[in-house]
Design a protein around this ligand. Structure first.
Ligand SMILES: *[C@@H]1O[C@H](CO)[C@@H](O)[C@H](O)[C@H]1NC(C)=O
Ligand SMILES: *[C@@H]1O[C@H](CO)[C@@H](O)[C@H](O)[C@H]1NC(C)=O
Length: 342
């Protein structure tokens, strides 16, 4: 018994040594900031709030903690395609934060099953031989989201200066966040763009991934334990020219240890995008692991809802010809002023 205890302690020490070794490495090359990842995970969790007024006025249940004091400038709802994003100002980080929501289809399960069959059917403009999936691409580029997001970023930067932009999202929202971050760098010449996504699927081929890494060398894809989505659409290593390929860099969150000494680590993976020792070392067979990242819930309170809920009808929003909704405000205006301005 005593001997077993001792063994457990030794294992824990080894694991700790391994982890602190990693932290030392981080300090030299700050590729991954765990606090920032947690903060952006909280922003991502909030986008699943059903009541849009609460989200817009940052009074929702998930609006607080690390995201306290956030100011939403633009909230864009693409009703036809059931997509959503918001843009705002985080005073503590002095940054624009852009957040995309994942799919709200009736069943996450159906959406995941569909991922097996996604084709690399679109040439990414201006990048020879770079192929992506048109559905992921269009969800950002071919909907109201792109204009709304770009407009929101411009408004925020007009008010607060040329501050950094942080783009994030979960699941399908992570795919859109990736296209958005790339768009900002490639087409808008933005310099200071940070991208951290959670449980996103693959979005393009290896050529696309290498372009992506050039433009966004510090991008982070957080994956969780056995989450199935980062394993999709499938990667076929024996079919390198035709297969999907993740951009780097993955950070794999998973449990290590023995018995009662189990705890979670954030493993920083290699720069290949397809590190075989990270999430690819396990089978991606869990939907449950897709819905929770860093201990933060990444799903709607009620599943399968794509309805529009606005609590008290005190916030101004406008609807375009396609029935899409944009909540919008001038930066710096408080929620009280927002209400009384009606
Ligand atoms: C990590 O991110 C947090 C939150 O944005 C920030 O306060 C902190 O300075 C960052 N740490 C490093 C080492 O960049
Ligand atoms: C974008 O939308 C237009 C009009 O709906 C359509 O013709 C076009 O094929 C779409 N582009 C992509 C890449 O899906």
């Amino acid at each position: 018994m005593e001997r077993r205890r001792w063994l457990q302690a030794a294992v824990l020490l080894c694991v700790l040594a391994l982890c602190s070794g990693r932290e030392l490495k981080i300090k030299r090359t700050p590729i991954y900031n765990s606090t920032l990842a947690r903060t952006l995970a909280e922003y991502t969790s909030a986008v699943y709030t059903a009541d849009l007024t609460q989200l817009f006025t940052w009074t929702c249940e998930r609006c607080g903690d690390l995201t306290e004091g956030f100011e939403v400038i633009e909230l864009i709802v693409d009703v036809k395609n059931c997509l959503q994003a918001y843009v705002g100002y985080a005073s503590d980080m002095n940054a624009v934060v852009v957040v995309f929501r994942g799919t709200q289809e009736t069943s996450v399960q159906n959406w995941i099953e569909d991922l097996f069959w996604k084709q690399l059917d679109l040439d990414y403009p201006g990048m020879p031989q770079a192929k992506v999936h048109s559905g992921f691409y269009s969800a950002y580029h071919n909907t109201t989201l792109r204009d709304g997001v770009v407009n929101g970023i411009e408004k925020t930067r007009e008010a607060y200066g040329n501050i950094p932009i942080m783009v994030t999202g979960h699941s399908m929202g992570g795919a859109m966040a990736s296209f958005c971050a790339l768009d900002l760098v490639v087409n808008y010449g933005s310099k200071d763009v940070t991208l951290i996504t959670f449980g996103q699927p693959r979005i393009g081929n290896a050529v696309f991934a290498s372009h992506f890494n050039c433009y966004l060398p510090n991008a982070i894809r957080v994956t969780n334990a056995h989450d199935i989505v980062p394993h999709l659409p499938p990667y076929y290593h024996y079919f390198p020219q035709k297969t999907y390929h993740h951009f780097s860099r993955e950070v794999w969150v998973h449990n290590v240890g023995l018995g009662s000494l189990v705890y979670s680590i954030e493993q920083i993976c290699d720069d290949s995008g397809e590190d075989p020792t990270c999430s690819r070392s396990v089978s991606g067979n869990s939907v449950q692991d897709h819905l929770n990242y860093l201990g933060i819930g990444m799903h709607a309170e009620s599943p399968g809802s794509c309805r529009i809920v606005t609590g008290a009808n005190t916030v101004q929003c406008k609807m375009d010809n396609d029935g899409n909704i944009v909540f919008s405000k001038q930066p710096g205006l408080s929620a009280d002023q927002l209400h009384s301005s009606q």
